[in-house]
Design a protein around this ligand. Structure first.
Ligand code: ME8
Length: 524
């Protein structure tokens, strides 16, 4: 039976500045899952892109002395370059200044307006340009006469005519969907659980606070005080609120409003990957807009945590922004990809410490996995004429190793279905450690003198274990694992997960092994 198509998205990134570690991180997690699902036989659509409208980008262009379109053309290129530097396998890269996107925004707006979900009014309240978000007075703090949002962004008073979206009307339906059980097709699943509870409580509290005046919960969805945005159809003095424009990207790329587009089969998205700061937009505004337009909401929104740099909050003013490009130059792409997903449970905050990266690179990648491969493959070169030893029956001791190896694909699949990247890596590397224990205990180098038949069997078992690790680690470390699969002589057509069930042909020639990872000295 054909496996269902899968749609994963990253946030689309503001082009007010160059890419940093946070951008690389969200997209990396999405990339790993997309690659895994392709290896597992699914048709996957993986979308990323740039968010190019709004006051924040308009201001950045002005500060740079550039026309906004020229500015966004230039900065968005840096984000496209990042997808290459980081080895991302995205199927599309959307820019909100593209005609296809403006058309989708206009179409969605018209549907909402026709259905009576949008009305004209006046907006009065606090707005933070840095967050492109509205805040209630009770959320603010004041320092030296300036008011600040909880994010630390300064707010300004905005008063202008505005269209409103009837958000209030959809909130009870959102709560219902948040509470549906796992597997219910109508469920909107917010992960991790702590975020779900937060969003749920926020919506429930709002409904309680404004029970008499639900329209207070409606969302201002247009602005008249600047022009860098998608014009509201029929009322060109207004541009759409940048979040309405931005969120729509997820359906633009799936072909909206042309639901006969072959890509429409991917909607609704299986997972929107986002940072914890933009959960509300994705779990409240976006699903409500979709439901109001008669479209299906996303199945899951997964919010990851934030990185600090050597224990410090990352900020431009502190000058400690981590540049993913220089990181990759310094440590190599695959170790960086591995570290980011191994170090911190996905969903929690974490600290980027170079020492921790070097320790994992040296200990887990070079010593545990690299040495296991090198020892096994060198022994096959030297003692088996460089040919894959014949498949052999398993002894009880072999069975202990294979208890973990045979179950690995299924275990990792389940873990990745929950976006538990660090647990998946932990599980694979626990098995790698077992295989290291196995090779030490079996000592095939000694068996050479006492029992060459058993020596060959042990090496074949190790080859099978290595093939399993390399196959399952491909999504995390595509280049290095391709090199390992080459060294293991696994044919190009037999590198997917289903192929793990089919043993390799006996006697295949293996190329001489070369080290997979370069160790790095810890700075004093
Ligand atoms: O929010 N650690 O774009 P953006 C981890 N355009 N992640 C971090 C981080 C850190 N220190 N700093 C930022 C936007 N991020 C909107 C999205 S989607 C329809 C529109 C993450 O460029 C942050 O959590 O400001 C967010 O997910 C992402 O970087 C993009 O932020």
């Amino acid at each position: 039976m054909a496996k269902p198509p899968i749609y994963y998205t990253t946030p689309i990134y503001y082009v007010n500045d160059k890419p940093h570690i946070g951008h690389a991180y969200t997209s990396l997690a999405t990339d790993v899952l997309a690659r895994f699902k392709r290896l597992d036989g699914h048709e996957v659509f993986f979308l990323t892109g740039t968010d190019e409208h709004g006051q924040k980008v308009e201001k950045a262009a002005k500060d740079a002395g550039e026309d906004p379109q020229a500015f966004t053309d230039r900065v968005s290129q840096a984000f496209r370059d990042l997808t290459v530097t980081m080895g991302f396998s995205n199927d599309d890269f959307i820019r909100t200044t593209e005609p296809r996107h403006k058309a989708a925004c206009v179409a969605l707006w018209k549907v909402l307006a026709e259905r009576g979900e949008i009305y004209l009014g006046d907006y009065e309240g606090w707005y933070a340009v840095r967050d492109e978000a509205f805040y209630g007075p009770d959320e603010l703090t004041e320092r030296d006469g300036v008011k600040y949002a909880p994010s630390g962004a300064p707010v300004e008073w905005v008063r202008e005519p505005s269209y409103f979206f009837r958000l209030s009307k959809w909130l009870p339906e959102l709560l219902r969907r948040f509470d549906l059980s796992d597997g219910d097709p109508e469920r909107i699943d917010i992960q991790p659980e702590s975020r779900r509870n937060e969003v749920r409580a926020f919506v429930a509290q709002g409904l309680k606070d404004f029970a008499g005046k639900p329209e207070k919960l409606d969302l201002s969805v247009s602005r008249t005080s600047f022009t860098w945005g998608v014009k509201v159809p029929g009322d060109e003095a207004h541009v759409m609120y940048v979040w309405v424009d931005a969120l729509t990207n997820y359906i633009t790329a799936a072909g909206y409003p042309d639901t006969t587009n072959p890509r429409w089969k991917f909607w609704p998205a299986d997972v929107h990957f986002v940072g914890k700061d933009i959960v509300r937009f994705h779990t409240i505004y976006w699903p409500a807009m979709l439901l109001a337009a008669g479209l299906a909401p996303p199945k899951r929104v997964f919010a990851h945590g934030w990185w600090t740099n050597e224990g410090q909050k990352i900020s431009k003013s502190l000058g400690n922004v981590i540049d993913p490009v220089s990181l990759v130059e310094e440590y190599g792409l695959d170790p960086v990809r591995y570290f980011l997903l191994r170090e911190v449970p996905f969903g929690q905050d974490g600290d980027f410490a170079r020492k921790a990266l070097i320790n994992r690179l040296n200990g887990e990648l070079a010593d545990a996995l690299g040495n296991l491969a090198n020892r096994t493959l060198s022994l096959i070169q030297r003692n088996c004429e460089g040919k894959l030893p014949a498949a052999a029956a398993r002894t009880e001791e072999d069975g202990e190793l294979f208890a973990s190896v045979d179950a690995l694909a299924e275990t990792v699949r389940k873990q990745l279905d929950q976006q538990h990247f660090h647990i998946a890596l932990e599980t694979i590397f626990a098995s790698v450690r077992e295989a290291n224990g196995y090779i030490t205990k079996m000592a095939p180098w000694a068996l050479k003198k006492t029992d060459v038949v058993r020596m060959a069997a042990v090496l074949r078992h190790l080859h099978t274990a290595l093939r399993t690790y390399a196959t399952l680690l491909q999504p995390f470390m595509p280049t290095t694992m391709a090199a390992l699969l080459d060294q293991l002589a696994v044919p190009a057509g037999a590198r997917d997960i289903a192929a793990l069930g089919k043993p390799m042909a006996d006697g295949v020639a293996l190329p001489p092994p070369t080290p997979l990872f370069r160790k790095i000295e810890l700075p004093a």
